[in-house]
Design a protein around this ligand. Structure first.
Ligand SMILES: *Cc1c(COP(=O)(O)O)cnc(C)c1O
Length: 402
C-alpha cells in the first residue's frame, strides 16, 4: 500500500501522519503524543494551535482573505511598521516563503547598484555550507552540489567561498561584487555560528567597498536565538546590522509568510513595477504575522527564551559528557541547537522519534533541536529522559553487535 504515489517522491518521510497539534505536542492518527522539537523546521515558534494565532486567523477568515496587491493591505502596513520599528529596516516586501524572500533580496541588491549607476555589480558572495532555499537562484547562492545537480547551468552571479576564510573573502571582492550574503548561524549546514566579530567585520568590509550586506535570518530570526534577530547578539547598536534581510519561518508561526527587509536607500531602488507577487502579504498571512509579533515582542518573552534555553543547553552538555562515544558537542544559540553526533545523525533522529521526541537532521552530522519558543522546563526534562533512554538503548544495541 502506498497512498503516497501521486506525490513527487521528493521527501524521504517516516511512516507517521499527524492529525492534531497542541503546544509542544503533536498527536498521530492513533492519538500517540510526540514532543515536537522540530517546530516544522523553526516555523511553529509559538507551538501548535496557539490560541492567539488561531483567534487571529479565524477572525480574519470571516472578514477578508485576498485582494492581491492591487490594493493597499492594512495588515501589511501594520506588520511592516512593527518590523521596521524593531529592526534596522525602513521598508518591507512580503512573500510566501523563505526562498522568495531571498529572491527579493538578490533582486534588490542588484537593482540598487543598477539604479546607482553600477550595473556591473551583480555578484553575490556566499559561504560553503549555506542554505538559502530551492529556487534556481537560491541553489546557486547556497552553492551545494547536492542541490544543484541535474538542474542545468548554475545561475550566474553567485560565488560560494570557504566558510570562515577572511583572506578568500577579501580576495573575492572586485568591481562586480554586489553583496555579501550570510546566515548568522547556518541552520541546515549544521548549526554553525558565525563569530560576532566576523559579522561586525563583514559590516565594515561592505561599507569600505560600497557593497551590501544581506542576512538570511529565515531560520535564525523571530526570537529563535533569544533575540528578535540573531545578528543583534553581535552589536547592541547596529554594529552588525545588514542592508537587506530575508526572513520567513517563525514570522508566520505556521502560516506561510516571508519578508525581505531593507534600509530606505536600498529599498528605494525597487520602484513601482520592478517586483511583485500575487499571494505575498495577503490578509490571512498578515493577520497571523501580526499575532505572532503580539506575543514575541511582549516584554519578557525573549528574555524567557534566553533563560529557558540555558536549561536545554545544560541538559545537552550533560548528554555529551555521558555519551562521549555517541555525541561530540553542542552548538548554536537559544532554541536553535545542534547536537553533533559521532554515529549517523539519522540513526539518532530515528531513535529519539521511537521514544516520542521529534528532532531534525542537519549537515555536518548534526541533530537539530528546534523546540517551540513556548517550551517549558518540564517539556525539556521529558525530552532529556527520552534522549537518555534512546541513547542507552542505542549503545547497548551497538555493544551487542560489536
Ligand atoms: C528554510 C530556509 C530557507 C528557505 O525557506 P523556504 O520557506 O523553505 O523557501 C532559506 N534560508 C534559510 C536559512 C532557511 O533555513
Amino acid at each position: 500500500m502506498d497512498s503516497n504515489n501521486h506525490l513527487f517522491p521528493t521527501y524521504a518521510q517516516p511512516e507517521i501522519t499527524f492529525r492534531e497539534g497542541k503546544g509542544v505536542y503533536l498527536y498521530d492518527k492513533e492519538g500517540t503524543a510526540y514532543l515536537d522539537f522540530t517546530s516544522g523546521i523553526a516555523v511553529n515558534a509559538l507551538g501548535h494551535a496557539h490560541p492567539h494565532l488561531v483567534e487571529a486567523l479565524k477572525t480574519q477568515a470571516d472578514r477578508l482573505w485576498h485582494t492581491a496587491n492591487l490594493f493597499r493591505i492594512e495588515g501589511q502596513e501594520h506588520l511592516a511598521e512593527r518590523l521596521c520599528e524593531a529592526t534596522f529596516a525602513d521598508r518591507v516586501f512580503f512573500t510566501n516563503s523563505g526562498t522568495e524572500a531571498l529572491e527579493c533580496a538578490f533582486k534588490t541588491a542588484r537593482r540598487y547598484h543598477y539604479i546607482n549607476g553600477n550595473p556591473e555589480r551583480i555578484n553575490i558572495l556566499s559561504f560553503e555550507g549555506a542554505f538559502h532555499g530551492r529556487t534556481l537562484a537560491a541553489i546557486a547562492a547556497g552553492g551545494q552540489a547536492k542541490y544543484l545537480e541535474g538542474y542545468g547551468p548554475k545561475t550566474p552571479g553567485f560565488i560560494s567561498l570557504p566558510f570562515g576564510d577572511h583572506d578568500a573573502l577579501k580576495a573575492a571582492i572586485d568591481y562586480q561584487t554586489a553583496a555579501i550574503l550570510i546566515e548568522p548561524i547556518q541552520g541546515e549546514g549544521g548549526v554553525r555560528s558565525v563569530p560576532h566579530q566576523c559579522l561586525r567585520g563583514l559590516r565594515e568590509l561592505c561599507d569600505e567597498n560600497g557593497i551590501l550586506l544581506i542576512y538570511d535570518e529565515v531560520q535564525t530570526g523571530v526570537g529563535r536565538t533569544g533575540r528578535f534577530f540573531a545578528h543583534e547578539w553581535a552589536g547592541e547598536n547596529g554594529e552588525a546590522a545588514p542592508d537587506i534581510m530575508a526572513i520567513a519561518k517563525g514570522i508566520g508561526g505556521g502560516f506561510p509568510v516571508g519578508a525581505c527587509l531593507a534600509r530606505e536607500h536600498v529599498a528605494e531602488a525597487m520602484t513601482p513595477g520592478s517586483h511583485g507577487t500575487t499571494f505575498g502579504g495577503n490578509p490571512l498571512a498578515m493577520a497571523v504575522g501580526n499575532a505572532v509579533l503580539d506575543v514575541i515582542l511582549e516584554e519578557e518573552f525573549l528574555r524567557s527564551v534566553q533563560t529557558k534555553s540555558l536549561v536545554l543547553s545544560q541538559i545537552l552538555a550533560e548528554l555529551v559528557d555521558t555519551y562521549p562515544d555517541l555525541l561530540e558537542e553542542v552548538r548554536g544559540k537559544g532554541f536553535l541547537i545542534g547536537l553533533k553526533a559521532r554515529v549517523p545523525n539519522t540513526d539518532l533522529v530515528a531513535a529519539f522519534r521511537d521514544k516520542g521526541l521529534l528532532t531534525v537532521g542537519a549537515g555536518d552530522n548534526v541533530v537539530r533541536l528546534l523546540p517551540p519558543l513556548i517550551v517549558s522546563e518540564d517539556d525539556m526534562r521529558q525530552a532529556r529522559d527520552k534522549m537518555v533512554s534512546a541513547l542507552d538503548e542505542y549503545r547497548t544495541r551497538n555493544e551487542d553487535k560489536g
